[in-house]
Design a protein around this ligand. Sequence first.
Ligand SMILES: *[C@@H]1O[C@H](CO)[C@@H](O)[C@H](O)[C@H]1NC(C)=O
Ligand SMILES: *[C@@H]1O[C@H](CO)[C@@H](O)[C@H](O)[C@H]1NC(C)=O
Ligand SMILES: *[C@@H]1O[C@H](CO)[C@@H](O)[C@H](O)[C@H]1NC(C)=O
Ligand SMILES: *[C@@H]1O[C@H](CO)[C@@H](O)[C@H](O)[C@H]1NC(C)=O
Ligand SMILES: *[C@@H]1O[C@H](CO)[C@@H](O)[C@H](O)[C@H]1NC(C)=O
Length: 286
Amino acid sequence: MYKHMKMTVLLVFGLFVVIVTAHNITYLEVPQYGDPRRDADLICHYVNEKGDPPLHSVKWYRDNNEIFRFTPEQQPPTRTFNTTAGGVSRGFCNMHSCSISVVLPKKYNTRISFTCEVSTEGPRFAVVNQTKYLTVAVTLKEDPVITGASGSVQQGEDVLLNCSTKPAMPPANIVWFIDGRPEKHEPWINDNTEESSADEFGLRSSWRALRVRATTIKGYITVRCEATQPTRPPYTRSSNATLNIARSPHLSMYTASGSSVTQAIGVATVCLSLHIFSKFSALCKV
Ligand SMILES: *[C@@H]1O[C@H](CO)[C@@H](O)[C@H](O)[C@H]1NC(C)=O
Ligand SMILES: *[C@@H]1O[C@H](CO)[C@@H](O)[C@H](O)[C@H]1NC(C)=O
Ligand SMILES: *[C@@H]1O[C@H](CO)[C@@H](O)[C@H](O)[C@H]1NC(C)=O
Ligand SMILES: *[C@@H]1O[C@H](CO)[C@@H](O)[C@H](O)[C@H]1NC(C)=O
Ligand SMILES: *[C@@H]1O[C@H](CO)[C@@H](O)[C@H](O)[C@H]1NC(C)=O
């Protein structure tokens, strides 16, 4: 009976030892998108508890093929594998982290898994791993630019706006929103985002025009341009602009019903709106 209890205690203690004697991956740094024009830097951070057996090895896998190994007890401590199929250009590892630089394929939208696996020395070789994905893409570094919305327009006027992106790959698709609602377009009008030809790196910029008629009584229209790259996951950047609609001087005089406040606001709006057209600035003095 006594002997049996002692065995149980040992067993529990043994289990406890197995649980704590492992390194733990605290953080795996793999960028979500990787520009194939440069190497991607990956870092695996790990810790072990005080008194745990030492680190045995750190291995990096790319889509389940081992590409790099760090074994501090061996000479040389680092080895790279499969360097021909887009391998590891640099590696630097210690007892807390292991960073490598990997060459990416020039194939856009390829999704690559990177796994870091850390094993602890005996008596039981405890192994932990973590995986993250990288998508080969040149993402937009800036928001799209809306042109044609500066200044103000007259009530009823047609305005041509343009939204364009910097070169990226895969190229972005552009969607317009007018006062928060997606742009309505006639089904027979070719409605695709336009793309530039490829630049020296194979990147393409996108643009899309929008014609809006300034018919609103609230004095302005807000537009929003969303540029989304069809990557996994999609990458979106957007810009907003406000289109100020001037009330024509004639109309504001007409509609101002004798109240000096309304009249003052009406004139102020006109002056502000016309301010940009310097040739009309004399009107503000009226
Ligand atoms: C490993 O680290 C994570 C994050 O710090 C923590 O949540 C987890 O409990 C740890 N696992 C072990 C077995 O220590
Ligand atoms: C090298 O990579 C290729 C695929 O890229 C794979 O088929 C092969 O098994 C890998 N070799 C090793 C030793 O991991
Ligand atoms: C990571 O660990 C899991 C079990 O936890 C295992 O199924 C998987 O094969 C490991 N992945 C690699 C690349 O070693
Ligand atoms: C929109 O801007 C792009 C990029 O600047 C330009 O190539 C295109 O011609 C413009 N489209 C219109 C309709 O102005
Ligand atoms: C742009 O407008 C949207 C709503 O249409 C809003 O959610 C967003 O915060 C605005 N962004 C900026 C930078 O003002």
